[in-house]
Design a protein around this ligand. Structure first.
Ligand SMILES: [Zn+2]
Length: 428
């Protein structure tokens, strides 16, 4: 008698452990740094070779004209599709292939992909080349074990997630690659841990606030109007009224970590007065009253909040400052916004993945929502596809850190879960 499909898939994945490690290492060793967007074509061509051998039809798509795309740094994406033996749903695994800068503090070669014990080290190992490799091994394993499956499997590796995804998933979604009649289920293997399902993310609003003053000689500041002092009043008002207000807003979304279950605001940057001098300048600054001061704010908002209200809170706060300071004047500019998104818990991909986690790991799946956004926003808003989650191996806290690593056993377990999801959705 043939063993049950789940058992065969699990055994097959264990036997492909070396292939999984090698694939992850190969991906880490292609330094796809973003910015500026290096080696995107190289990694897509590497994946095209791997997936072509496995019987996938491969498309390489350059996001020509998208934000960030240039002749020096073209934004290349890969979408590979494997057709089953009959009609059925398409399950799509989407990973970003870009990684963030290395930063300081590494004790290993960031692109060496060293294996030590149960870990593979390197920039992008956890976020998210490990997850990409896992989805490929899971798909290859399922196809080999179940060649008569119904529907289709797609794997994509996309650019620029770390810088907004406009040359990646957004570009593809605008061109119909995630349209609901083409793709029915999406898993994004971001590092949320092998036993958790990430349903979505909070919203984002970035804006620049500028206070205005009048330049004058620094020895006679009374002849000018200091924009930095005006900004000081804005910051004081924020501390007194805005931060306490944000702390009272709590979401029912299962956001992790706990501190992100409330509305948050970060001041990303502040600048006022004379421009900072070049590092080789050895002179003193000139005495002037600053006539401009700017801050950039990063407001993360909840699914229960309305973006117009979120913006209204800031303008109301600035208007309160104005009533206290007769010469106060400001401007506010929108930089970027993303609406919150959350897939329903009873969506097919959520239910199927929860069942697979329980069968493979013997424990119930946890449900989380990400504090920051990822490419699900484009699949939801542009692609109009709601049946989408993030699920993949790795410890989220290690993303963007020195000595980033991914656990090999965690990758193996996630591959078993993903292969079983394919079996549940596509096996005849
Ligand atoms: Zn990521």
């Amino acid at each position: 008698m043939k063993a049950p499909l789940q058992t065969r898939l699990a055994a097959e994945i264990v036997s492909r452990r070396d292939a999984l490690i090698r694939l992850t290492q190969d991906l880490i060793r292609i330094p796809t740094l973003n910015p500026p967007g290096r080696n995107y074509l190289e990694i897509c061509e590497y994946l095209a070779g791997q997936l072509g051998k496995a019987g996938f039809k491969v498309n390489l798509i350059r996001a020509e004209g998208a934000l960030g795309d240039s002749v020096a740094h073209p934004r290349w994406n890969l979408v590979a599709r494997h057709e089953g033996a009959g009609a059925g749903d398409c399950v799509h695994f989407n990973s970003h292939h870009d990684v963030v800068e290395v930063g300081h503090g590494w004790t290993r070669d960031p692109f060496g992909a060293e294996v030590e014990g149960d870990r593979i080290y390197g920039r992008g190992s956890c976020d998210m080349k490990g997850g990409l490799a896992v989805s490929i091994i899971a798909a290859e394993t399922f196809i080999a074990a179940c060649p008569g499956y119904r529907g289709a499997i797609e794997i994509s590796a996309t650019a620029d997630e770390e810088s907004g995804g406009f040359g990646g998933v957004a570009y593809l979604a605008e061109r119909g690659w995630f349209a609901p009649d083409r793709v029915q289920h999406v898993i994004i293997p971001e590092p949320l841990h092998k036993d958790r399902i990430c349903l979505g993310h909070r919203g984002v609003w970035w804006a620049e606030i500028e206070t205005k003053g009048r330049i004058a000689h620094g020895s006679m500041p009374f002849l000018g109007d200091c924009a930095v002092r005006h900004m000081g009043a804005v910051l004081e008002e924020m501390e007194a009224t805005l931060f306490p207000l944000l702390a009272t807003k709590r979401t029912a979304m299962p956001v992790i970590p706990d501190g992100a279950k409330q509305s948050t605001l970060n001041i990303n940057a502040i600048h006022g007065g004379a421009a900072e001098q070049a590092e080789d300048y050895t002179g003193l600054p000139a005495p002037c009253v600053p006539d401009r001061c700017r801050i950039t704010i990063d407001r993360r908002y909840l699914i229960e909040e309305d973006l117009a209200e979120v913006k209204g809170e800031i303008t109301a706060m600035l208007d309160r400052v104005k009533t206290q300071r007769p010469s106060f004047d400001y401007e506010i500019r929108d930089l970027f916004e993303v609406r919150p998104t959350m897939t329903e818990k009873d969506a097919p991909i959520v239910r199927t993945t929860a069942v697979a986690i329980e069968k493979v790991l013997g424990r119930t799946a946890g449900y989380v929502v990400s504090p920051g956004t990822y490419d699900q926003k484009h699949i939801d808003r542009i692609g109009r596809l709601k049946n989408c989650i993030a699920y993949g191996p790795g410890v989220l806290d290690l993303a963007h850190q020195p000595d980033e690593w991914i656990g090999i056993t965690d990758m193996e377990d996630s591959a078993k879960v993903m292969a079983l999801v394919l079996a549940e959705l596509l096996a005849p």
